[in-house]
Design a protein around this ligand. Structure first.
Ligand SMILES: C[S@@+](CC[C@H](N)C(=O)[O-])C[C@H]1O[C@@H](n2cnc3c(N)ncnc32)[C@H](O)[C@@H]1O
Length: 218
């Protein structure tokens, strides 16, 4: 798997089968902060003392590790629980091969294909290996404060952006939760709406379209 340096200097990889990189080429670490941690209001959540995050298609974990940095900077005593859904051991192995400017990443590197969970202070991270559309079914109802929804694009992986999977996201989100994703594809947004998620434009990075943020319609 070829390593790619994105425009903020942080590393990602190219998936040759899908022909997409794992992060935006405008900046992998910048994307983790501006398309996920900020729109999901991780800083504000940290003030409450506990944050639960579902990282869908967790890959090398930049989105989660960045959220942990943001939460701990706001409240060093915050309890943080991350569940990462990922089906590819090869990309989990690559966590060892990158060095993003994210403080918590030195701990995050305890995740390997052989060791899918760790606790560091009040932070716990657990990867569930398997197809996220199946593994998500075992997650509790009404549990997560934030969902980072980061599959490959709707064009290459339409099966990940269907109504049924968004209904699962609705089920596991707290009523106050926010889901964030990089895509603004019409099909993705229509399926979110059909699953009971109210969407809006998320942040714009570079010259690309906006991301999408969504909340539960209850
Ligand atoms: C765009 S990358 C996400 C990058 C990741 N958020 C990160 O920070 O490294 C998409 C990820 O989705 C994973 N993936 C694709 N289909 C999946 C599925 N059905 N279940 C679980 N993971 C899947 C891929 O292996 C890949 O790691």
């Amino acid at each position: 798997m070829q390593k790619v340096i994105t425009r903020d200097g942080s590393e990602t990889f190219l998936n040759e089968q899908v022909k997409e990189t794992y992060h935006s080429q405008t900046g992998a670490v910048e994307e983790a902060l501006k398309k996920y941690a900020i729109p999901c209001k991780i800083k504000e959540l940290a003030k409450t003392g506990k944050v639960t995050i579902l990282d869908v298609c967790a890959g090398i974990g930049y989105n989660s590790a960045m959220a942990i940095d943001v939460a701990l900077e706001e409240n060093p005593d915050c309890e943080i629980e991350i569940i990462g859904l990922e089906y590819d051991s090869e990309i989990i192995q690559k966590i060892q091969e990158v060095a993003p400017p994210i403080k918590f990443f030195q701990h995050y590197q305890k995740i390997t294909p052989q060791n899918l969970a760790f606790t560091e202070g009040k932070v716990s991270v657990k990867y569930i290996l398997g197809d996220a559309r199946e593994t998500s079914k075992k997650l509790p109802d009404n549990y997560f404060d934030a969902v980072f929804f980061d599959p490959f694009s709707p064009q290459s992986s339409p099966e990940m952006w269907g109504v049924d999977f968004f209904k699962e996201m609705w089920r596991v989100m707290k009523n106050s939760a926010i889901l964030a994703t990089f895509s603004c594809a019409r099909m993705a947004r229509d399926n979110m709406a059909a699953a009971g998620l109210l969407y809006d434009d998320g942040p714009i990075l570079g010259r690309r379209g906006p991301g999408t943020v969504a909340v539960k319609w209850v």
